[in-house]
Design a protein around this ligand. Structure first.
Ligand SMILES: *Cc1c(COP(=O)(O)O)cnc(C)c1O
Length: 287
């Protein structure tokens, strides 16, 4: 919003439901109230796989609302959009095919080396007109190096840019979409499994539904914000595991995002045991 010059003051954040999906009634109410105040809503930004918990919006319902209200539907699918590659995960992104634009990263779950962000826009004319420039040094010619209608710099803000498509193409050529999808599914299984182990242990509780490959959890003890942060720092400095800390409903929680193609169920067991030992040490010190 800032880069486009619209400003974040004009960004309306919509509440989410218990599953972490955008609350549709609140979105519709916000559109109506903005219009009543003379504002002009033009864009809905949906999420396919949120950073914090991996939650998905109901993209089909959002596509309906966008169509009904003549709004552009953009989907931030930074890592979650690639769930379309897996037959088992695909239902979670149902409706994404109705978006006007989708952004996602091949450098996340598709294992392409940094960076390989990607934007897909349905209306190629609008895409071109947004970024193409008529600068003198970009003059087109019928033949030679100045030939060609659409240049890469016509489709994004940067003029000098790396050949990101090549490494992305190579990744898919070498591994194939099926193997990448199989790794993603395995990561989701590992997340489910870690969730089961945490649920079965009185020391911990889950803090969000496991929608994909992300597990957010906390110790059940008092002073949990402080203890969760201590556990994460201990794990980082041990060099053995690297969960992160995030904030959910004002509480500090531990977030395990499982994305490595080599991570197995056995690794989850090892992580869980290390976690329990670390929590016990921290609780003895802080508690
Ligand atoms: C990673 C991520 C981003 C940021 O993407 P970058 O390519 O790192 O800029 C945005 N949204 C979601 C949901 C993400 O997971």
């Amino acid at each position: 919003m800032d880069l486009a010059g619209i400003g974040t003051d004009n960004l309306r954040l919509i509440e989410t439901d218990r599953q972490g999906a955008m609350a549709l009634d609140q979105l519709e109410a916000a559109i109506a109230s903005d219009r009543q105040c003379g504002r002009k809503p033009f864009l809905i930004v949906a999420t396919a796989g949120s950073v914090n918990t991996g939650a998905f919006d109901n993209l089909s319902a959002l596509a309906e609302i966008a169509q009904h209200n003549h709004l552009w539907l953009h989907v931030d699918g930074a890592f979650g959009a690639l769930a379309v590659l897996s037959e088992q995960l695909r239902p979670r992104v149902a409706g994404i095919e109705r978006a006007h634009s989708i952004a996602f990263d091949f450098h996340k779950w598709a294992h392409v080396p940094y960076d390989a962000g990607f934007l897909l826009a349905r209306d190629s004319r609008a895409h071109y007109e947004t970024f193409a420039s008529s600068a003198a040094y970009l003059t087109r010619l019928p033949r030679g190096l100045g030939a060609g209608d659409v240049w890469p710099c016509d489709l994004g803000p940067d003029l000098s840019r790396g050949f990101r498509a090549l490494k992305t193409w190579f990744t898919f050529q070498v591994f194939g979409a099926e193997r990448i999808a199989a790794c993603m599914l395995e990561n989701c299984r590992a997340a489910e499994y870690l969730g089961e182990r945490l649920r079965a242990c009185a020391l911990f509780e889950l803090c969000a539904p496991i929608s994909l490959n992300i597990v957010c959890f906390s110790v059940t003890a008092a002073q949990r914000d402080e203890i969760n942060a201590e556990i994460v720092m201990e794990l980082h400095t041990s060099g053995r595991a690297a969960p992160s800390i995030t904030r959910l409903n004002q509480a500090r929680v531990i977030r395990a995002a499982i994305v490595n193609h080599r991570t197995s169920i056995a690794d989850m067991d090892e992580f869980f045991e290390l976690l329990v030992r670390t929590a016990e040490v921290v609780l003895a010190r802080v508690g």
